[in-house]
Design a protein around this ligand. Structure first.
Ligand code: ADP
Ligand code: MG
Length: 367
């Protein structure tokens, strides 16, 4: 299976630049997800790679072949849309066997091959089962099996689980990754679901307004996002506007709405405005102690059950709002609404950013 390379891809529609100078390298056998707000150009990128729409400029390589000007059918790709695209007049097995037949496999080896794919996809259907008899999850698996049976060099998946409800969707995403990995395919998966993307991808590509913002492993992008936009888009974060008071080679002291916060960092100037980010799960709550400092004290305004986690909104005494999330360990030790608490941040969890040149709102904007 091939690596894939896109160099300087741009595509404009009448009044929007859907892709602006997008470059991306993918390794052989890699599972990469592209995520970003609606309208940021994810589908356009996939369609350019597939050859379904023609870019204005840029080059596309699949393996060592340049495919920039090749028609879709000569690119050796599998493409799966959100809308399930099974042929309704063919049985499910005929659907899956379509690719092998078109590619000239004889009847017997084609049937064997389809059997293997169906087994891998854990899809059991009779020879007379038609697409309209399948559940949502099974149709999606069948569509995937059909795309895979065509033995594409590269799988392009545009919201492949989009039409499913949450439970089936969550189960199927692991199956999808397993299948792609077992068959050693290279896959690009477009989704607006960040949890889906994080849980199954080798690397993530974050897009915003036609550009790639950041690329990295899910863990890198979640724990140490280089851009504020990524910290905001991937997972959730508390953002604080702060002013640096002192900065050593490894520690920064900053003022946040009049309160002092120390965190790991370097390279800032005294007086510099910065933006700090803290994930809700890095916020540590303890009962407020009257004797201790009166900074970082607040009141629990709201408490919500997320199932495995408890989410709390804390109104701080300096008018900041902080979102904290703790594992749900049952009623014991659960903090109540109205309780006064002190907050700390777990060691190394504060992310710091220089003030964005285009302004904080523009940097964080999801539109
Ligand atoms: P995404 O898949 O990330 O939601 P798209 O790639 O579909 O985004 O769209 C990117 C931008 O290009 C959007 O502003 C969209 O409205 C625009 N766009 C996409 N396809 C067309 C088209 N065929 N004609 C005009 N504008 C389009
Ligand atoms: Mg799309």
């Amino acid at each position: 299976m091939p690596d894939m390379r896109v160099i300087g891809l741009s595509k404009g529609f009448r009044d929007v630049l859907a892709l602006q100078d997008v470059s991306l390298d993918m390794n052989d056998g890699e599972y990469v997800s592209i995520i970003g707000p609606s309208g940021c150009g994810k589908s356009t990128l996939l369609k350019c790679i597939a050859g379904i729409i023609k870019q204005d400029s840029g080059e596309i390589f699949i393996g060592d072949r340049e495919v920039t000007s090749l028609p879709p059918e000569d690119r050796q790709l599998g493409y799966m849309f959100q809308e399930i695209a099974l042929f309704p007049h063919m049985s499910v097995l005929q659907n899956v066997g379509y690719g092998p037949r078109v590619r000239g496999k004889d009847r017997r080896s084609s049937r064997e091959f389809v059997g293997q794919i169906m087994e891998m996809a854990r899809l059991a259907v009779g020879s007379e089962t038609y697409p309209d008899e399948l559940s949502g999850g099974a149709s999606q698996k069948a569509a995937l099996a059909r795309a895979i049976a065509a033995e594409p060099e590269l799988m392009l998946l545009d919201e492949p689980l989009g039409a499913l409800d949450a439970h089936v969707r969550a189960a199927l995403r692991y199956e999808l990754r397993r299948l792609v990995k077992e068959l050693q395919l290279t896959a690009i998966h477009v989704t607006h679901d960040q949890e889906e993307a994080m849980s199954i991808s080798d690397r993530l590509v974050i897009m915003k307004a036609g550009r790639i913002v950041e690329v990295g492993t899910p863990l890198e992008l979640y724990l140490t996002p280089k851009r504020l936009f990524t910290a905001n888009f991937l997972g959730e974060a508390n953002f604080f506007q702060a002013t640096v008071k002192d900065c050593t080679a490894y520690q920064v002291t900053a003022s946040v709405n009049g309160w002092t916060l120390n965190f790991a960092g370097s390279g800032y100037a005294s007086g510099e405005r910065v933006v700090l980010a803290a994930r809700p799960e890095s916020v540590i709550l303890t009962p407020a102690d009257r004797q201790a400092s009166q900074e970082w004290i607040g009141t629990v305004r709201d408490r919500m059950l997320l199932g495995d986690c408890i989410r709390m909104e804390i109104g701080m005494n300096n008018n900041l709002t902080v979102i904290a999330q703790t594992p749900n360990r049952g009623l014991l030790g659960m903090v109540d609404r109205g309780e006064t608490v002190r907050i700390d941040f777990s060691v190394g969890s504060i992310l710091s950013y220089r003030w964005p040149a285009e302004g904080l709102d523009a940097e964080l904007a999801l539109e």
